[in-house]
Write a protein that binds this ligand. Structure first.
Ligand code: TRP
Length: 363
């Protein structure tokens, strides 16, 4: 069986470090591993509209931002099809059929949906489209016969729901769809990168993000004002590592080479942590190191982004080419789905023949 990747992001803002360690970096590695027959990365504008229906302009403007972020981290359009969800009507059609395979109570139990409803204060005014987006996400995944979905931990319930839909579909209509596997980040600290304020998650609405497109001085400013251990006041005080996001970021980003290059007094991250916990190591020194570590990773990303920013029509060409390929793949799957469901009346010569014979014999 071919190995196929499908993943994507909602275009509601620029992508940040949480996206980078949680998924983008991995995608580039997977892309370059040569292990996959096909890779699709989707800009999920239709999904973004499920909770931004009053602000289509925001979604529209962010499509190019997300595309630039993808290209800048090293997604290569020669190897990966980048496409725009709303331009593939087959995805909506699949969703309509899958809706019959999922109960309202099952959707209500989906932890991601639950959490997001709370986050957005929807209470009783949940848009139906938003409520059903896990079903639409199952369409995104199955339309491309994806075997592998590399996403962050928060998406786990979505993939589980997609797997259930696949099993249900196949048991009712016959083996048609492929059950996807989730691929989570392998570094624990990357599962969910906290915000610079120490809150559980980087989120645009909380204003605690470092963006991939942030200029060097902005990154530095954000790092130097990061949340650490509030009780670590004097340099001599022993400091805490747990919940100290400067160290969480170092867990996620720093390498042994970074120590050799920027902080040779310490052999590795453990040695730095030990000193911090003992006392005698100030936040500023650790933050300066983190800044160096991040700048080293972000510099080539920023440079590549600037190149693509000079040629926006080319970026739209890339999106259009990717969308065309995605359209054809989804169209093929939709045909198979409709055949399995027997809603293929005009293509079913057998149906027409049998019904002709039935009426002929009644004469
Ligand atoms: N829900 C994902 C996000 O919030 C985006 C997405 C839409 C997606 N469809 C998908 C991810 C299918 C993986 C597979 O970023």
């Amino acid at each position: 069986m071919s190995k196929i990747i499908l993943t994507g992001d909602r275009p509601t803002g620029k992508l940040h470090l949480g996206h980078y360690v949680g998924s983008l970096k991995r995608r580039v590695e997977l892309q370059n591993s040569g292990e996959f027959d096909e890779i699709f990365i989707m800009i999920a504008d239709a999904q973004a509209l499920t909770d931004n229906s009053d602000n289509p302009e925001k979604v529209r403007q962010n499509i190019i931002e997300v595309a630039l972020d993808y290209l800048s981290v090293g997604i290569d359009p020669e190897k990966t099809h980048i496409f725009i969800q709303s331009q593939i009507p087959q995805l909506t059609e699949l969703t309509f059929y899958y809706m019959n395979l999922v109960t309202v109570s099952r959707l209500q139990r989906n932890p991601t949906v639950k959490a997001e409803i709370q986050l957005r204060n929807f209470e009783t005014s949940i848009p139906v489209g938003f409520f059903t987006y896990p079903i639409s996400q199952a369409s995104d995944i199955t339309a491309f016969k994806a075997t592998t979905v590399p996403v962050g931990e928060d998406q786990e319930p979505m993939i589980e729901q997609a797997r259930e839909i696949v099993r249900k579909f196949n048991s009712v209509y016959g083996e048609t769809l492929v059950e996807p596997d989730i691929l989570l980040p392998d570094n624990k600290a990357c599962l969910r990168l906290p915000g610079t304020d120490g809150k559980a998650k980087m989120s645009k609405s909380l204003g605690n993000c470092i963006y991939l497109s942030d200029p060097a001085d902005v990154v530095k400013k954000k790092v130097m004002s990061m949340y650490t251990d509030p009780e670590h006041i004097k340099v001599e005080d022993p400091g805490k590592i747990e919940g100290n996001c400067v160290f969480t970021y170092l867990d996620a980003f720093s390498t042994p080479e970074d120590f050799a290059e920027f902080l040779p007094d310490y052999e590795n991250l453990q040695a730095l942590k030990d000193h911090y916990q003992r006392g005698g190591l100030g936040d500023v020194k650790v933050k300066k190191f983190l800044n160096n570590v991040l700048q080293k990773q972000l510099e080539p990303i920023r440079a590549r982004r600037h190149e693509y920013e000079k040629n926006i029509p080319e970026v739209y060409d890339i999106l259009q080419r990717g969308t065309k390929i995605a359209y054809e793949a989804a169209d093929e799957t939709l045909k198979e789905v409709k055949n399995a469901m027997k809603i293929n009346y005009f293509d079913d010569a057998e149906l027409i023949k049998i019904q002709s014979e039935k009426y002929a014999s009644e004469e």
